[in-house]
Design a protein around this ligand. Structure first.
Ligand code: HEC
Ligand code: HEC
Ligand code: HEC
Ligand code: HEC
Length: 393
C-alpha cells in the first residue's frame, strides 16, 4: 500500500517535472528552476548518495527532509559544509569535482527546496479518524457511508495531492460554515497533516470506479504572487507577505509548513476572513483550478528568498572562520585571492557558487585544520559583509 502510494507520488513528481519543462520558463522574480535542478541532481550523481522519499542512495540525507523551510542561503551553507565528504568520495572514485554555474546552483537548491513542497502521502487510518472527529461524516459521504447534507466527496480520489480538497473546502467555506452554524456543529480546525490524512482516507475509501488520476500543473510561485494581490490577500498581508496592521507577516508563519498544512491554516482563518472581507465590502475570493496551489507555493517560497543580513555578524563570521588567514587580511598569509577584488562575492549566489567551485583547492590547504562550517544565518551575514568590503561597484 505505502509502496504503491510512493510510486504514485514519484510518478507525480516526474509528471510535474515534465509538465513544467513543456510550459517553459518566463522572466520571473523567483530565480532557480526546480525542473532543471532535478536534471542536475541526477546528472551530477547526487542521486547516488541522496534520495527523495527513500528513492535513491542512502549515504546522505533524504532531500525531502533537508529542504524544509530553509532559505536559499541556509541551503548554500549546508552545501558547503558537506564538501569535504564529497571531495574525498569524488577523489576515491577518480571522477572530477562537479562545478556549478550560478544558474546551476540556483536550480539545484530550488529543487531541493521544492521537493518538500509536495507532501508525503497522508495516512488513511488517521484520516478516517479525523473525518469522524471533525464531524465531516455527519454531512458528507465517502464510499456510500456518511450524511447527505453536503455533496459526497468521492471524486476527490481523482487527485494525488490534497490541494484540490483544500480548494473545495475553501470555496464552499462560507456556505459550509452557515450549514454548520445552523446544525450547531463546531467549525473544524486543521492542524499538522490532518488535511492530507483525510485526503488519503478519501482515496482509499472512495467508491469511484475507473479513476483517472488527474495530475496538476506544478504550482507556480510567480503566478501565486499575482493571485495573492488579486484575491485581496495583500490588502492585509502586504505585497510580499510581510504583514500590515491588519494581518501578520507570513514569512515566519509558513516556515516549515507543508502544502497541506498551509492549506489547513488558510481554512482555519477563512471564517474570520470572510467576515473581514464583508466589512471591507469585498467578496470572499474563490480559487479556480490550481490557483490555491500557486498561492501556497508563493507563501512557501517567501522564506526561501530572504536575503537581508547583519553586517557586524558577518564580520564576526569572517573572522571566526579564519577566512582572513588565507585571503588578504592577516599579515603574510595571502594564499587565496583578494576577495575585495572578486566579482563573485557581489551576490549571495555568486559567493556560494565560487565557494563550492573552489572547495577542493581550499580543502587541500585547510585539511589539517577544521573545515569551517556554516550554521543558521551565517552564510547570509557573511555575504553582506563581503559585499561591503568589495572594491567593485
Ligand atoms: C558520495 C556521496 C554523496 C554525493 C555524491 C553527494 N552527497 Fe550530499 N551528502 C552526503 C552525505 C554523507 C551528507 C551528510 C552530511 C555530511 O556528512 O557531510 C550529505 C549532505 C548534503 C547536504 C546537507 C544536508 C544537511 O541537512 O546537512 C546537501 C544540501 C547535499 N548533501 C547536497 C548534495 C548535492 C546537491 C549533491 C550533488 C551535486 C550531493 N549532495 C552529492 C553524501 C553525498
Ligand atoms: C454541517 C455539515 C457539514 C460538515 C460538518 C462538513 N461539511 Fe463540507 N460541506 C457542507 C455543505 C452543505 C457543502 C456544500 C456547500 C456549498 O453549497 O458550496 C460542503 C462542501 C464541502 C466541500 C466541497 C464539495 C464540492 O465538491 O464542491 C468539501 C471538499 C467539503 N465540504 C469537505 C468537508 C470536510 C473535509 C469536512 C470535515 C472537516 C466537512 N466538509 C464538514 C456541509 C458540511
Ligand atoms: C481582512 C484581512 C485579511 C485578508 C484579506 C487575508 N488575511 Fe490572512 N490573516 C489575517 C489575520 C488577521 C490573520 C491572523 C489570525 C488568523 O490566523 O486567523 C491571518 C492569518 C493568515 C495565515 C496563517 C498565519 C499563521 O500565523 O498561522 C495565512 C497562511 C494567511 N493568513 C494567508 C492568507 C491568504 C493566502 C489570503 C488571501 C486568500 C489572506 N490570508 C487574506 C488577515 C487577513
Ligand atoms: C586555507 C586557506 C583558505 C581559507 C582558510 C579560505 N580560503 Fe577561500 N580560497 C583559498 C584559495 C587557495 C582559493 C583559490 C582556489 C582556486 O583558485 O581554485 C580560494 C578561493 C575562494 C573564493 C573564490 C574567489 C574568486 O574570485 O573566485 C571565495 C569566494 C573564497 N575563497 C571564500 C572564502 C571564505 C568565505 C572563507 C572563509 C569561510 C575562505 N575562503 C577560507 C584559500 C582559502
Amino acid at each position: 500500500m505505502i509502496r504503491g502510494m510512493l510510486a504514485v507520488w514519484l510518478a507525480a513528481l516526474l509528471f510535474f517535472a515534465i509538465a513544467s519543462t513543456a510550459s517553459g520558463q518566463t522572466s520571473e522574480p523567483f530565480t532557480g528552476d526546480p525542473t532543471v535542478g532535478r536534471g542536475i541532481f541526477v546528472d551530477r550523481g547526487c542521486v547516488d548518495c541522496h534520495s527523495i522519499w527513500d528513492n535513491g542512495g542512502s549515504l546522505g540525507p533524504d532531500f525531502a527532509v533537508v529542504g524544509a523551510g530553509r532559505s536559499l542561503q541556509q541551503l548554500a551553507g549546508l552545501f558547503w559544509n558537506h564538501t569535504p565528504r564529497m571531495i574525498e568520495t569524488v577523489r576515491d572514485r577518480g571522477t572530477e569535482w562537479p562545478t556549478f554555474s550560478e544558474d546551476d546552483l540556483a536550480d539545484i537548491i530550488s529543487y531541493i527546496y521544492y521537493v518538500k513542497l509536495f507532501d508525503e502521502p497522508g495516512d488513511p487510518e488517521s484520516g478516517e479518524r479525523w473525518f469522524r472527529e471533525k464531524r465531516c461524516v455527519a454531512c458528507h459521504a465517502v464510499g456510500g457511508i456518511g450524511g447527505d447534507v453536503g455533496p459526497p466527496l468521492d471524486s476527490y480520489a481523482n487527485y494525488v495531492a490534497p490541494i484540490m480538497l483544500a480548494t473545495g473546502l475553501w470555496n464552499s467555506g462560507p456556505a459550509m460554515q452557515a450549514s454548520q452554524v445552523a446544525r450547531g456543529v463546531p467549525m473544524p480546525i486543521f492542524v499538522g497533516r490532518e488535511m492530507s490524512d483525510i485526503h488519503a482516507y478519501i482515496r482509499q475509501r472512495s467508491s469511484l470506479r475507473d479513476r483517472e488520476l488527474i495530475f496538476l500543473q506544478p504550482p507556480d510561485p510567480n503566478a501565486g504572487r499575482g493571485l495573492f494581490a488579486e484575491k485581496g490577500c495583500s490588502r492585509c498581508h502586504g505585497d510580499d507577505g510581510r504583514g500590515t496592521r491588519s494581518g501578520p507577516d507570513l514569512r515566519t508563519a509558513t516556515q516549515r509548513m507543508q502544502v497541506s498544512e498551509i492549506a489547513g491554516q488558510l481554512w482555519n482563518h477563512s471564517f474570520q476572513m470572510s467576515a473581514a472581507m464583508g466589512a471591507l465590502s469585498s467578496t470572499f475570493p474563490k480559487f479556480q483550478a490550481t490557483e490555491m496551489a500557486d498561492v501556497i507555493s508563493f507563501l512557501y517560497y517567501l522564506r526561501f528568498y530572504e536575503s537581508d543580513g547583519d553586517l557586524e555578524a558577518g564580520e564576526r563570521v569572517y573572522v571566526s572562520k579564519r577566512c582572513a588567514s588565507c585571503h588578504a587580511g592577516e599579515a603574510n598569509s595571502i594564499v587565496g585571492p583578494d576577495l575585495s577584488q572578486s566579482e563573485s562575492i557581489l551576490t549571495p549566489l555568486g559567493l556560494a557558487t565560487a565557494m563550492w567551485n573552489h572547495a577542493p583547492a581550499m580543502y587541500d590547504l585547510i585539511q589539517w585544520e577544521e573545515w569551517p562550517r556554516f550554521e543558521g544565518e551565517e552564510m547570509r551575514d557573511l555575504s553582506v559583509f563581503l559585499r561591503s568590503m568589495s572594491s567593485k561597484p
